[in-house]
Write a protein that binds this ligand. Structure first.
Ligand SMILES: [Zn+2]
Length: 117
């Protein structure tokens, strides 16, 4: 049996959270992991995404990939209404599909305020 990894305890704590709590925690952490090119013309940021995989047949509205992928919007805690990421929308500023646990949230890519649902 291998030795426990130093982050195993943290991973167990995160795994025990309900989706709302996990999204809240990650919304405080992932945006801090951004990289910029030396010229400043490109930025990368870490995001959380939700993938929906269809068991059989594809609804017509599904994207053309094997799974529908939407980024998880960072919630405004005052407007959390969903137990899961059931509110869907699109960021008007950068045109990414987002799912949210709140009717008011922020785009994880550009930070724009989103009115959803
Ligand atoms: Zn955006």
């Amino acid at each position: 049996m291998s030795a426990p990894h130093p982050y195993d305890a943290l991973a167990e704590q995160l795994a025990a959270l309900d989706p709302r709590a996990l999204i809240y925690v990650l919304s405080r952490v992932l945006p801090r992991h951004q990289d910029f090119t030396e010229t400043g013309d490109m930025r990368t940021t870490m995001v959380l995404a939700e993938a929906t995989v269809w068991a059989e047949g594809r609804p017509e509205r599904a994207q053309s990939t094997e799974a529908d992928i939407a980024l998880v919007a960072w919630p405004d805690a005052r407007y959390v209404t969903q137990p899961g990421v059931g509110t869907q929308g699109t960021c008007q500023a950068c045109d990414v599909a987002v799912n949210s646990i709140a009717t008011v949230a922020y785009c994880p890519v550009c930070g724009a305020a989103l009115q959803l649902g």
